[in-house]
Each structure stands twice: as structure tokens, then as C-alpha cells.
Design a protein around this ligand. Structure first.
Ligand code: PEP
Ligand code: MG
Length: 594
């Protein structure tokens, strides 16, 4: 509801997922543990302990119900995220401490529980260990639920009871929260932290809602139920807008709906320039429930399947059979189009509860992705077996993330060879010629692209990381956003080098980072000769329209000119001006460059 007394407030953040949404804010705050102290009498002690036990039992059955529901609606592996929550409820130490303190301190169950919980969370949060930190999120999540039962309130963020359309406002959003938001009326996301290629941005795109991240203090400036407008194209949030602003955005939204109508019309036409150069547009895939959106988008395949989401938010590792069934299902649904399965990319900013990774000073430069797989070979082999088995059921391709040069590639391929041999020995079917590629996302890989190209079937350039590692800029840090420049000459030169090396060796090369979904940059990429683009399904129509509106020969010329410039800023300004000159309505739907 609009609070008329409040003035309109505009906050600028980072445009992370496009679109416009408007509705009441819902804060995922950390203030839920402020519970008033209530003293009790001696004879109330057993009553409070019983109430506490009851709330634990209640919460357990509630979690079990949610788990069953998610298993039915979304899928088995997503539902296992709740196993970690169930474990917290069985933690005897925490439960015994609460019971003892109710008796010794003579205070209400909710007060004692909130105090014990706070202390647990503080201890966990002060330990610089990703695994423990993740446990702390579980404890705090579960704590809210228990408190809700004890206090008889529903003000806590229980996604299952969310009613109506809401805009989520949070300091950050965890992947586990994101999974729970499937099939809910979430209009969009606003967060204090996070950059354009941070996890939250990628998940918001998977869910098809707008997001503005890196707002710094959104959780302080926006209150629950404030009416907010999110403009995900410009990275702007308007809190408590005036009637005039609301009308303006209604018009903008209507325009966007028209655009979507136009996009539906080009779903089945190829991404082909006006002079006949074709590119293939594929979809990035993160979460189980995303397949209908991929199929609706007109994607010509899945160009990047981020399998690590399979491993997140659960207490065990996914078995070979579980992975095989999932990869097979997706391969069959997409067939005859390709599905490029990327092997596990954990580490860096992605952690899993089931794998205790050692603490590192700079995780992005530590044991991440292929390095981790070469250390934890059994986990790697299990995944390779599952992928190979799925390759018998569709057009499955596989690629390794974070390869830094031929040494790692050979080590990974050596393991693959062994796994294939064992499958052969056992008579298990797989595609002997399953194409194997590498992601080019470390500058060292781009510099050795000519060598790598001799030993793989394709390249996929991961620009999110390539930019991060080339420019030494943390991709998820909103404070570094101004230095995160996709058009930086160093980045463009590495991309050009990679494309040329691939083509010299006769293999195909694509981009699967966020750069692929920016129309201006897509023109440079195609102009440099890129063969395929992979992006969130919702971005596909816009890029297709852009490609279909220009001549390839113009794109080649623009790319040539852009590569002569000295800064990322110059490149962008040059490209936007030239594209507008050549195709006046190129940016007609693009609020940022119009
Ligand atoms: C990339 O780095 O560009 C990429 C596609 O991989 P991710 O975003 O999953 O690191
Ligand atoms: Mg990457």
C-alpha cells in the first residue's frame, strides 16, 4: 500500500536483470530475532519447555511438508536443501541448552531460544570458513520458523505462506532462498550487495524477474510494504513513487509488453544478419524448473548448463544415478539440439555444504572448478560417468571450466579416458564421440588458445570470469563495478585471439558469459566472427532482433574499429554512436542506450 506521507525516493544500483516491476516491498531482514524478554514463574517452566518442544516438532513437520511439495513441483534435488534444516532441528546441544536455560533463567521459551540462536549465529559468522557460514544461514533460517510457531506470528519470511505479488528486498539472496522462490509471486529482487554477474543476478534472470543489485543500503531505506518500482533496465529503484511516476512506469511497462509481443513473432526465425550471416543462440541453464522458459525462448540448445547448482544446498553429494537421470531428461527434452554440460564449477564464490573446502585467502584464485575436480577425483569421475551415460540419449556436449592451459586439459582428459574405458568394459552405452570443449575464462587460456584448440572440439568463452581475471576486478563486488569493463581493450583482444585460434584450428567458438546478452557487445562479438551465443533464455529475443537488424559486413567493420580504441569507455561510446547511425531503431527497446 502507498504511504502518502513518504516522499518519493530514487536509489541507483546495478542493473542486473532487465524488466520493470512494481509492488509492495518485502524485507528479508535479520531483525526477526528481536524478541521481548518475558519472565516466567517456577510452575510455568515445564509449560515453556513443552511449548518449545512442540514448536520444534511443528517446524520439523512444516519443513518436511515443504520438502515434499518442492520435490513434487520442482524436483528431488532441489528439495534436499531442506535436509540441512532438518538436521539443525535435531541438534541436541542447541535444544538441551534452550531447555536448561528456560529453567535456570526463568524466561519465556521464545526469549531464551532467540538468545541462544543469536549466540550460535554470531559464533558461526565470526568464523572465516565458508562451510560454517553456510551452516549459520541454515540455523538462522530455521530459527525464524521456530520463533514463528512460538510467537504465533507470520511476519517471518516463510516463502510458502507468501501471498500476493511482492518485491524481495534483502542484503543478499542465497541460492537456497532463490530455489524456494520458484512458483511464487516474486516480482523482482533488490539487494544491498552484488554485481552484474553475481549469483543473484544470474538466478534472477533464471526466474525471469527484474533485479537491481548493489544498492548498498536498500534494506535501510526501504520498509516493509513500501510501494517500489524496479527498473531493471536502468538499475533504478523508485520507493513510494508519486502518482505521476507510477503513470510513467505504467506506460513503460505497456511498451515492454509490446516488445515482448514482437519478440514472440521472431521465436522461430534464425538469428541471421541482413546479409545472411547466421549465429546460433542458445540458453544458459541453472535450475531444474527453467526448461519451459528455455523451450519458449526459441533457443537452439543449451549452451551452458551450470551443474554446480545440483550440488548446492544439500547435505550429500548427488549420486551418479541422480545426475544421469537429470542430464538425460534435459538432453532428451532438447534433442536434437545440443546441451553443453559444464563440469562442476565449485569454489570461488560457490560453496556446497557437502564438501568441506579449505579456507583460502583469495578463493577466486584458489582451488576452484577444474582444479578442485582434479583434486577430488572421485567426485569428478562420478559426474563424468553420469554425463557420458546421458550422452547416449541426446546431443550432449561437455566442457571443463577454468582451464588455464593444456596441462590441466590433458589431466582432465586423462581422467575422462579412464572413465570411458571402464564404461566400455562394463558394456554401458555412451557416445564415443561426445564433443569435449573448454571454457576460455582465464587469460592464460586465451593466450594458449592456439594450443588448446588442437586438443578440443570447441571453445566457450566465459566472459564473466575472463573480465574478472583480466582486469583483476571481483565480479560480485558492487564497489568495483566501474572497473568491470567488458569493452576494455585487453578483454576484446583476448576474445579476438581466442576466436581466431579456434577458427584456425577449424573448431567453433561461443560466448556464454553475460557479455553475450548485451546488444552493443554482441555486435562486436559477431563482428569478430563468433559462432554462437549462450545467455539467459529471456535475453535471446532481444539479441536475435539486434542480429537481424544489421549487416554482418558492418559488424565486422565496427569490431575492427573498436579494437583500435584505447579504453572501454571509448569502445562503448563509439559502438553506440555508430550502431545508432547505421540502424536508427536498434536501441528502440533499450532504455540504457536509447
Ligand atoms: C563465465 O565465467 O562467463 C561463465 C559463464 O561462468 P560462470 O558465470 O558460471 O562463472
Ligand atoms: Mg565462469
Amino acid at each position: 500500500m502507498v504511504k502518502k506521507s513518504k516522499a518519493e525516493l530514487v536509489i541507483k544500483g546495478i542493473a542486473a536483470a532487465s524488466g520493470i516491476a512494481a509492488g509492495p516491498a518485502f524485507l528479508l531482514d535479520q531483525q526477526d530475532f528481536v524478541v521481548p524478554e518475558r519472565a516466567i514463574l517456577d510452575d510455568e517452566i515445564p509449560i515453556e519447555i513443552a511449548r518449545f518442544e512442540e514448536s520444534i516438532a511443528h517446524t520439523k513437520s512444516e519443513i518436511q511438508d515443504i520438502k515434499d511439495k518442492i520435490a513434487k513441483e520442482v524436483g528431488g534435488q532441489e528439495s534436499q536443501i531442506f535436509d540441512a534444516h532438518l538436521l539443525v532441528l535435531e541438534d541436541c546441544m542447541l535444544i538441551d541448552e534452550v531447555k536448561k536455560k528456560i529453567a535456570s533463567e526463568k524466561a519465556s521459551a521464545e526469549y531464551i531460544f532467540s538468545q541462544v540462536l543469536k549466540r550460535y549465529i554470531e559464533i558461526f559468522e565470526n568464523i572465516e570458513d565458508a562451510y560454517i557460514k553456510e551452516r549459520s544461514a541454515d540455523v538462522s533460517d530455521i530459527g525464524r520458523r521456530v520463533l514463528k510457531h512460538l510467537m504465533g506470528e507470520t511476519r517471518l519470511h516463510d516463502f510458502d505462506t507468501l501471498l500476493g505479488d511482492i518485491v524481495i528486498v534483502a542484503h543478499d539472496i542465497s541460492p537456497s532462498d532463490a530455489v524456494s522462490m520458484y512458483n511464487k509471486s516474486i516480482l523482482g529482487f533488490l539487494t544491498d550487495i552484488g554485481g552484474q554477474t553475481a549469483h543473484t543476478a544470474i538466478i534472477a534472470k533464471s526466474l525471469g524477474v527484474p533485479a537491481v543489485l548493489g544498492l548498498k543500503d536498500a534494506t535501510l531505506r526501504i520498509s516493509n510494504q513500501d510501494y517500489v518500482i524496479i527498473d531493471g533496465r536502468k538499475g533504478v529503484v523508485i520507493v513510494n513513487p508519486t502518482e505521476e511516476t507510477k503513470r510513467l512506469y505504467e506506460k513503460e511497462k505497456a511498451k515492454l509488453a509490446l516488445v515482448e509481443g514482437e519478440y514472440v513473432n521472431i521465436k522461430d526465425v534464425p538469428a541471421e544478419t541482413t546479409d545472411g550471416r547466421r549465429a546460433s543462440l542458445m540458453a544458459n541453464f541453472e535450475l531444474h524448473g527453467e526448461l519451459p522458459a528455455v523451450l519458449r525462448s526459441g533457443a537452439e540448445g543449451i549452451g551452458l548448463y551450470r551443474t554446480e547448482f545440483f550440488y548446492m544446498n544439500r547435505i550429500d553429494l548427488p549420486s551418479e544415478e541422480e545426475q544421469f537421470q537429470e542430464y538425460r531428461r534435459i538432453a532428451e527434452e532438447m534433442s536434437p539440439n545440443p546441451v553443453v554440460i559444464r563440469t562442476l564449477d565449485l569454489g570461488g564464490d560457490k560453496f556446497v555444504s557437502s564438501l568441506q573446502l579449505p579456507r583460502e585467502m583469495v578463493p577466486f584464485l584458489g582451488s576452484r572448478a577444474i582444479r578442485l575436480c582434479l583434486e577430488e577425483q572421485e567426485i569428478f569421475r562420478t559426474q563424468l560417468r553420469a554425463i557420458l551415460r546421458a550422452s547416449a540419449y541426446g546431443n550432449v556436449m561437455m566442457m571443463y571450466p577454468m582451464i588455464a592451459g593444456p596441462g590441466e586439459l590433458r589431466a582432465a582428459n586423462g581422467i575422462l579416458k579412464g572413465v570411458k574405458q571402464r564404461l566400455r568394459d562394463k558394456g554401458i552405452a555412451f557416445n564415443e564421440n561426445m564433443p569435449v570443449g573448454v571454457m576460455i575464462e582465464v587469460p592464460a587460456a586465451a593466450m594458449t588458445a592456439d594450443l588448446l584448440a588442437q586438443e578440443v572440439n570447441f571453445f566457450s568463452i566465459g566472459t564473466n570470469d575472463l573480465i574478472q581475471y583480466t582486469l583483476a576486478v571481483d565480479r560480485a563486488n558492487e564497489k568495483m563495478a566501474q572497473f568491470y569493463e567488458p569493452g576494455h581493450p585487453a578483454v576484446l583482444r583476448l576474445i579476438r585471439r581466442t576466436i581466431n585460434a579456434a577458427h584456425d584450428a577449424g573448431i567453433r567458438v561461443g560466448v556464454c558469459g553475460e557479455m553475450a546478452s548485451d546488444p552493443t557487445l554482441a555486435v562486436i562479438l559477431l563482428g569478430l566472427g563468433l559462432d554462437s551465443f549462450s545467455m539467459s533464455p529471456t535475453s535471446i529475443p532481444q539479441i536475435k532482433r539486434a542480429i537481424r537488424s544489421m549487416k554482418f559486413s558492418d559488424m565486422e567493420e565496427l569490431a575492427r574499429q573498436a579494437l583500435k580504441l584505447s579504453t572501454g569507455q571509448e569502445v562503448l561510446e563509439f559502438m553506440v554512436a555508430e550502431i545508432k547511425r547505421l540502424v536508427p531503431d536498434f536501441y528502440i527497446y533499450d532504455a540504457q542506450n536509447k
